[in-house]
Design a protein around this ligand. Sequence first.
Ligand SMILES: Nc1ncnc2c1ncn2[C@@H]1O[C@H](COP(=O)(O)OP(=O)(O)O)[C@@H](O)[C@H]1O
Ligand SMILES: [Mg+2]
Length: 325
Amino acid sequence: MAGKKVVGLLVGRENTFPGPFLDMVNQRGADVGVTAELAVFGGTSELEPPRHAVIVDRISHEIPYYRAHLKSAALLGTAVINDPFWWEADEKFFECTLARKLGVAVPKTVVLPNKDYIPDIDHQKSLRNLKYPMDWERIVAYTGLPAVLKPNTGGGWKDVYIVHSIDQLLSAFDQTGKKTMILQEFIDWDDYVRCICIGRTNIMPLRYNPRAPFEERYVISQPVEGPLHEHAIRDAGTLVEALGYDMDTVEFAVKDGVLYAIDFLNPAPDFDNFSIKEDNFRWVLEKMTDLVIAYALGDKTPPWRDEHRWWKHVEKGPTHDALRA
Ligand SMILES: Nc1ncnc2c1ncn2[C@@H]1O[C@H](COP(=O)(O)OP(=O)(O)O)[C@@H](O)[C@H]1O
Ligand SMILES: [Mg+2]
């Protein structure tokens, strides 16, 4: 066996997942030469032999230096969960188009020009490609009212507005500054399901109540069953496979039997035990542990390996082993 394989974890302020995850990987990895640790970086050089066979990235969207490190580490052979290149490029509007092409229902959605720009933008000279004024009537005729105005990238329910009229839409839009926003048909759902997706094939549909306080949203007492369960697994699986996310949650608002995918851009999903509850927390720990050990041992390859153009121009192979040997 070539050297010990180290799994690194990058986290923000979450506290319930990291310890038990590292413990489980260390326990299960002991016999096969895999260990796990909180990764620690501080200034990376270009060809620095990557310490980690695998890195589970739960925070590079907020700590850009981690992302810079991860892109280089990926090139040098580290299996990064999730692909730092794709995560950075991904957006909700693109995902809506992708869902439609894949035959997964999504609310009718329009991407909007920004409200504000950096000071260098001259409204007369720099925006000649923009239609002005905006045809709000036409946009709203497509999405209907009420509609949801929300950021094209982002999370944590920040800047999500439900608007009931064009007046409300305009006053919400006026507050969006430089953010690119989408306007989306509001699905007046009669049921709501959130799927925790790990390794693209392990999909756990859970009943979810977005109207409840944060810690009470996963409704464990009402399991998702029957055709709804099957349908959620099928559509969530289709989306995460196409997106290549090994960690994600996919939310569906259900209306008249149609599952509308609402939010599936969650590449660092909430894994806290107080939120997803104990049984699901165990399931997440087990599936994440299986995945990182398989990647560490080379039994599985991350979905993004070889998919970027530059892979064709660099030496392939188990660079991680070669560098660590
Ligand atoms: N089109 C929609 N129809 C109905 N509810 C929606 C719609 N879009 C968002 N929501 C509600 O708002 C919440 C936050 O929106 P979401 O797209 O998940 O933003 P974020 O990325 O900030 O989590 C969702 O969980 C859902 O409850
Ligand atoms: Mg969301």
